[in-house]
Design a protein around this ligand. Structure first.
Ligand SMILES: [Cu+2]
Length: 303
């Protein structure tokens, strides 16, 4: 049974509509959870993250952080301790797809920290698609429709590499070489870059994080384990590749020991090897001049 969809946009606290850096509106939005029976339990608010200057930050391509504030619908009491997950999905005329997400953090006060790594910006006009963001709490779902802008500035927000013909995913149209995505995971320092790594799953409906021990599925839907994941970076692709680390054993990687210049753009090359296979820009085997064997990142360390 489908109940009437109840969606309420509340104006909350002062300055609800702020102009953020890119000039588009950012709203705190409240959605009543839609439930099948008998009525939804929770009220869910989407609270945008903030920029370093304290402004509300629009959702953009690359790393986007936000909070969800969840309250009991009947009492308005804060609802901590829930098992809550977020699922982004971009509706496109050609090929709809999801996007990578980080684990949700329960702040124990009814708010939850969330991160989506958006692969694409919302489209305009008849081109492109729109993003749906599902918040799932048990059997209940609240749905938001964030407008996702292009990441601003000169720094790279995401890059991609591909598996070869022995690393495929299934699509409605057949198979494709699996894409691996490398997202900027916070500002670089003069010696370190931070990355979040994820890979396409079948039908592009899931994007598992990449680390040793992660599970992927092949194009036949058979799971396999990432027995080794290696991330390396350098400022000179001909030499001195530095091995990254994965301190929490999840998708968050750091590469330290780089020599970068603060306050200007630096080019960093990133190489990714999964189960002993180097991923490449074109899905071909690493070529003799090695130019297809790394992703290129522009980073600007803080002064
Ligand atoms: Cu898309």
């Amino acid at each position: 049974m489908v109940l009437q969809k109840i969606k309420t946009y509340l104006m909350l606290s002062a300055g609800i509509v702020l102009l953020a850096g890119c000039g588009t509106e950012t709203k705190t939005e409240t959605v009543y959870v839609q439930a099948s029976s008998p009525a939804s339990t929770y009220l869910v608010e989407y609270i945008p993250g903030t920029t370093m200057g304290g402004m509300m930050a629009d959702a953009t391509t690359g790393k986007t952080t936000f909070k969800l504030r969840v309250r009991n619908r009947s009492t308005f009491a804060a609802a901590p301790g829930l098992s809550l997950s977020v699922y982004p999905f971009m509706h496109m005329s050609s090929k709809s797809h999801s996007s990578p997400v980080d684990a949700v953090t329960d702040n124990a006060d009814g708010t939850y920290d969330c991160t989506v790594y958006y692969l694409m910006a919302s489209g305009t006009g008849t081109m492109g698609g729109y993003w749906e963001l599902q918040v799932n709490i048990g059997s209940e779902t609240a749905t938001f429709y964030p407008s996702v802008g292009m990441g601003m500035g000169t720094d790279t927000v995401r890059a991609a590499l591909k598996g070869q013909n022995d690393d495929l995913i299934s699509l409605t149209t057949g198979t494709a070489m699996r894409s691996y995505y490398l997202f900027s995971d916070g500002a670089a320092s003069a010696t370190q870059i931070n990355l979040f790594l994820a890979a396409q799953g079948n039908m592009m409906t899931s994007y598992p994080a990449i680390f040793t021990g992660a599970t992927l599925t092949n194009e036949q839907n058979t799971p396999f384990t990432v027995s080794s994941a290696l991330v390396e970076a350098t400022t000179n692709p001909l030499s001195s590749w530095l091995t990254g680390t994965n301190p929490a054993g999840d998708g968050h990687w750091i590469v330290s020991g780089l020599t970068l210049t603060s306050a200007v753009t630096n080019t960093v090359y990133v190489r990714m090897t999964v189960n002993s296979k180097v991923k490449t820009t074109d899905g071909l085997v690493s070529n003799a001049s090695l130019t297809n064997t790394y992703a290129t990142f522009i980073v600007t360390p803080a002064p």
